[in-house]
Design a protein. Structure first.
Length: 268
């Protein structure tokens, strides 16, 4: 577990003073500088205000904390959403907790073992709770990684955007990946009718991966696509998803023993 230093703010400030002459840090910082202008550009706080520099510092701090991991795309959206809702040093330590205490680090390691694991769990849940949709997606060549990769890497922050990310992250901090899986199944269940109505792989992916130029606009359009006969907010979907029943014991088993199951599958 990531231990919060006694003087966490001072520790963070000292971390930022660490030299970044190592090649891995230079590479990470270069990628951070490329990604920040693309992180919620419609929000003036990040595009023109202090948020740009503060977000840069948080991500620089993360790479200094563990140069071996460095920076991976997706971290920027999570960091920005945390920063939007709390002060700089708190956002840094919350990001650190997500990466190391909530196993987000597995999504960012070489070969993306976390992404593979979460896709495996989601595939099981699709077969279990939305079998017709699973068969339809499979028949049309759509696998979980095609639409869930960004959701995993950003914890939905790129989709929900700044104002609504707090609803998802609050539940995730409390219920961990079980809530993430519930949220994905809730979204797929709400889109099921539309997804089943087409056999076009591209149309299916377009429904699941909204185009972005303006994140807030894309988020609202995606939200509208989830509505059937009711007016929805992201806060309401988060609440409904959290109440969804899934077999949590099986999910925990799959999550904790993924490597062993994967090895058995490879041996068969």
């Amino acid at each position: 577990m990531t231990m919060l230093p006694h003087n966490s703010e001072q520790y963070y400030n000292n971390l930022l003073k660490v030299s970044f002459e190592k090649e891995v840090l230079i590479h990470s910082n270069r990628q951070i500088d490329l990604d920040i202008p693309r992180t919620f550009p419609e929000c003036s706080y990040f595009s023109k205000g202090d948020g740009y520099i503060i977000l840069q510092r948080i991500l620089y701090g993360l790479t200094r904390y563990n140069p071996a991991l460095g920076y991976v795309q997706g971290m920027n959206y999570i960091a920005a959403c945390l920063l939007y809702h709390c002060k700089e040093s708190d956002a840094f330590w919350l990001l650190l907790r997500l990466v190391y205490d909530y196993n987000l680090v597995q999504n960012y390691l070489p070969r993306l073992p976390g992404l593979e694991k979460h896709s495996h769990v989601l595939e099981f849940l699709l077969i279990e709770y939305l079998p017709e949709l699973y068969e339809h997606l499979t028949r049309n060549g759509v696998i979980v990684q095609m639409f869930a990769t960004e959701w995993c890497l950003t914890l939905f922050t790129s989709l929900l955007c700044l104002e609504n990310s707090c609803f998802f992250l609050t539940k995730f901090f409390k219920h961990r990946w079980v809530f993430f899986y519930k949220f994905v199944i809730e979204i797929l269940d709400r889109l099921k009718g539309k997804l089943l109505s087409t056999d076009s792989t591209m149309k299916i992916l377009d429904m699941l991966k909204p185009l972005r130029g303006n994140n807030a606009k894309a988020s609202n359009e995606f939200l509208r696509s989830l509505e059937n006969d009711e007016k929805l907010t992201w806060q309401k979907i988060v609440r409904i998803a959290n109440e969804r029943e899934i077999n949590e014991e099986v999910v925990h088993c799959l999550d904790e023993n993924f490597e062993a199951f994967a090895q058995l599958e490879n041996e068969v």
